[in-house]
Write a protein that binds this ligand. Sequence first.
Ligand SMILES: [Zn+2]
Length: 479
Amino acid sequence: MKVFVALVLLQIYLYESTDGFEFKHHDNQELFHVLRDVNTKCRNITRVYALNEPSVLGIPLYVIEFSTRPGRHETLKPEFKYIANMHGNEVLGRELLLKLADYLCESYLNGNPEIKALIKSTRIHLMPSMNPDGWQLATDTGGQDYLIGRTNNNSIDLNRNFPDLDRIVFENEEENAVKNNHLLEQVTRINDPLQPETRSVIRLIMQIPFVLSANMHGGDLVANYPYDESRTGSQKDEYTATPDDETFRYLALAYSSNHADMANPKRGGCGDVDSSKFAKQGGITNGAKWYSLQGGMQDFNYLSSNDFEITLELGCNKYPPASVLEKEWERNRKAIIAYMWQVHIGIKGIIYDSETKQPISGATIHVKNITSGLSNDIHHDVTSVYGGDYYRLLTPGTYKVTAFKEGYLPHSKLVTVTNPSYTEAQQVDFALKPLPISPFIQSDNYIESKIDDRYGSRNQDWAAWAEEREPILEPIAIA
Ligand SMILES: [Zn+2]
């Protein structure tokens, strides 16, 4: 009898721990319950937190984090994020991320070697819904309208609400200004008031040193990569490459080629002419080549931080019925995991002072592609973070990598990148030798004066904007 009871209890336990996840459209409360249940099952490797500000209607914006040391950045461990349901009526990504949270936890507990290796080497953040208010409206009205529920509760499209850094980088390019990254400080005005959902995500991007991310949408089936905004302002058909075009294409293909049929050239499109072309070009597209948009989250990540982001359009139907969610998970699962592994391509390392051995944060890492006799500077630098650690996503090839920081002698190394699968990035450290007098001081002052010239009354405008920006720098409230 005792054995029988034990077996029944074991069965109940197994049932709860393996089949606890239900494929359905989880409402805003159930969304939190799924994350909380995953956190309960996998307490050692997860943390649930809410962003500092909730949605307009007061729904918290929840994130679940996976890491072997939840709650902190670890030196040399790259950070990854998925954000879904930014357009409230595009709901597949929301359910995929809830299932992903459950899947990562279960796979870790079951000893799946690939998932264990991923979680041990990566800090992963999953945000199933950036627009819970829009989701509610779309759901309450039947979910089948192309637009109802797309915006937040103030009728603002969140994917047009980020500061337009593309315009700044395009101007910098024209004027041969050296500044090509971390451009938020150059913002002098914003078009629409920042929405609470946008402010919260900007703060997240500024606080956590993300290396790679994707933003999940619906309405087409394609992996879209930067830039989303065209250089000339043209609405369509203007391929607008970033300095990292090769890397972005590689990243987008990592998703599309691992999806059940995003890259299948025989599949049909979602109705319009552009859509039918996507499958024939590997299931990927440059954003501005498709259509140009200002104030998108994807380009903002790339131009305000060290993060590389692409936008995933997960299917023609924005609000697919619950009956197909499990099939959609199976169609996307390999791609979702493969894309997370891309956070480990290229190189990473630590920049430190050659004399004191102390790590140097805020150092700049510049890369020149010298593969097969090329000599192409990649005009998008990344910077080292808290522990002096840096991450530079790169495609296979040979590169000259230079680390520099004011007050130190620049240091270059030749590196060959091969990107073997399921492996952490090759580690390339730099010991910088301090200089008694920095040759950079003069040039930095020169750059500063150029920037001031260009913006004229910049300091005054900036003060007003900074006032609004200040609250977003407060720490994240932990749920
Ligand atoms: Zn969308």
